[in-house]
Design a binder for this molecule. Structure first.
Ligand code: NAP
Length: 492
């Protein structure tokens, strides 16, 4: 089979409709919107464009299914996730190609995301059967405190386009395990992976109404009435800090519980005692995973003055050696950015840095032709007041600046509203612990450029978010406490 046939087949295999109450259905208005391939800018397909009535219908299905689903045996919920994990892995090639077509990342990175996404289902299938409670006497001995854990209830899950499958499974996994029903609204650029996932979960035995998927080109019109309507019990959002703030305000009115996985502005710090081989490998991973379109991407690189030239030269050589092209082409390291707006923002940030005397070691020029490609770019001597030091770049652009003093670099690294992740490269254990403790972030990559792992609590502090996904705490976000006061009287 040629890649063209395979491409047509994987897109054709996905239902292009809303998934409500276990059935594929058109939008009430009959409207559709286009999904495009960022490597060409050409349309891949049209999918159903939900309006507010479709959103309400999806939430009604989730509300109706909630009580029955909460009463389902934990082992049954666990087995559904386990089966879905296996189906996803068995379909790695189809899912990876689908993701590459709608999002742009190279196929081998898409395969990596399929494995990462599936692992959330395996992890939460194991957590589903470990939900426990508590039993304790009150301090005066007169009562017993019995604590139970219950699902929070119908949830609204909103995901971004950059990890189309994993951002879905990271939320659906714990919600299913905890016994919650849900409405998922994926990003309009990458709805196909979510629709394929809904099909897989149905195949794995998820009952009708537990997961509903609503694709729309007008998120605000569909989501706001749901959040203000009083029936959503929890919002789990991954996306930009800007949109997160809007949704938090909407949730305030009806006191909807929230988890917020928002943007980042990660500092990447290389001390003079770092192993530069390790630091350059770490920089490649932290900058180039997903073409730099990751909340965890190294956004500001601070390199000790004494090693800055060597680090920059070695890193720039590796960056210049990467192959840019369509994610479906064998040998591609760097796919296109998601759309014209995403690339335009990267171009503006580079132009601003260069206007402030940054030097371009490699890249920096947008190629001719179709698709939203941008070359791996390394900038040095970046002025600290450049826009890209305080803006998520979300592209393959590394901004290097130097420092001399540990206190100074920690102060500058923390001088941001965000606090998702930081990277520290040093061989000095005392310094490693000291700096990790002082960084105002939710995660630290210590001599590594990769922190994401389904078994670890992922999330940020400050305006990078609220709550954690994955790890032992991931399921907690979908559970409530209920306590029973039980007096125990003395025998008569
Ligand atoms: P975004 O613009 O904030 O959109 C995220 C999702 O929210 C999309 O589904 C979007 O749909 C929806 N949305 C936007 N406005 C809305 C509104 N008023 N009401 C309801 N939904 C609304 O973010 P993005 O560009 O897709 O993703 C990139 C951002 O996500 C970056 O900031 C990145 O750092 C962050 N991110 C964070 C994590 C993490 O774990 N912390 C992980 C991945 C990505 P529409 O596009 O249709 O508006």
């Amino acid at each position: 089979m040629t890649i063209t046939d395979a491409r047509t087949d994987v897109v054709a295999a996905v239902p292009k409709r809303l998934f409500i109450d276990g059935a594929w259905t058109d939008a009430a208005s009959g409207s559709t919107f286009a999904v495009a391939d960022p490597a060409t800018g050409r349309e891949l397909c049209e999918i159903a464009d939900a309006g507010p009535d479709d959103g309400r219908r999806a939430l009604e299905a989730a509300v109706a299914a909630q009580e029955g689903w909460a009463a389902t045996a934990p082992r049954a919920r666990s087995e559904i996730l386990r089966r879905a994990h296996e189906i996803i892995l068995a379909r790695t090639e189809e899912l990876a190609l689908l993701m590459t077509l709608e999002m742009g990342k190279p196929l081998d990175q898409a395969r990596g995301e399929v494995a990462y996404a599936a692992e959330f289902f395996r992890w939460f299938s194991e957590e589903a059967v470990r939900i426990d409670g508590g039993y304790a006497p009150t301090p005066d001995g007169a009562n017993r405190i019995v604590v139970m854990r219950q699902p929070v209830g119908p949830c609204l899950l909103i995901t971004p386009w950059n990890f189309p499958l994993a951002m879905g499974t990271r939320k659906i996994g714990p919600a299913v395990a905890a016994g919650c029903t849900m409405v998922l609204k994926p990003a309009p650029q990458t709805p196909l992976s979510s629709l394929a996932l809904a099909g897989i979960l149905a195949e794995a035995g998820l009952p009708a109404g537990v997961l509903n998927v609503v694709t729309t080109s007008d998120a605000a019109a569909v989501i706001e009435p749901l959040l203000r309507g009083g029936r959503v019990r929890k919002l789990s959002f991954t996306g930009s800090t800007q949109v997160g703030r809007i949704l938090l305000a909407q949730c305030a009115d009806t006191v909807v519980r929230t988890s917020m996985e928002l943007g980042g502005n990660a500092p990447f710090i290389v001390f003079d005692d770092a192993d530069l081989d390790v630091a350059v490998d770490g920089a490649m991973a932290a900058k180039m995973r997903n073409m730099g379109e990751a909340c965890t991407a190294a956004n500001r690189m601070f390199v000790h003055r004494s090693v800055a030239d060597e680090f920059a030269a070695r890193f720039a050589e590796r960056m210049a050696g990467l192959t840019v092209g369509p994610g479906t082409e064998p040998g591609t390291d760097v796919g296109p950015l998601i759309d014209a707006a995403g690339r335009g923002k990267v171009e503006e940030l580079v132009a601003d840095a260069v206007a402030r005397d940054a030097k371009v070691l490699t890249g920096g020029t947008t190629p001719e032709g179709s698709g939203y490609f941008y070359p791996p770019t390394v900038l040095t001597d970046v002025a600290r007041d450049s826009a890209l030091m305080s803006t998520e770049i979300f592209g393959p652009v590394a901004a290097i600046t130097t420092f001399e003093d540990e206190d100074d670099v920690v102060r500058v690294a923390n001088d941001t509203d965000w606090g998702l992740v930081g990277y520290v490269f040093t061989r000095d254990l005392d310094r490693a612990i000291r700096v990790s403790e002082r960084l105002e972030v939710g995660m630290v990559g210590l001599n590594t450029g990769l922190v994401s792992n389904p078994a670890a609590p992922f999330g940020g502090v400050k305006q990078s978010g609220l709550g954690r996904e994955g790890g032992r705490v991931g399921i907690e976000e979908f559970l409530e406490y209920k306590y029973l006061a039980v007096p125990v009287r003395a025998a008569k």
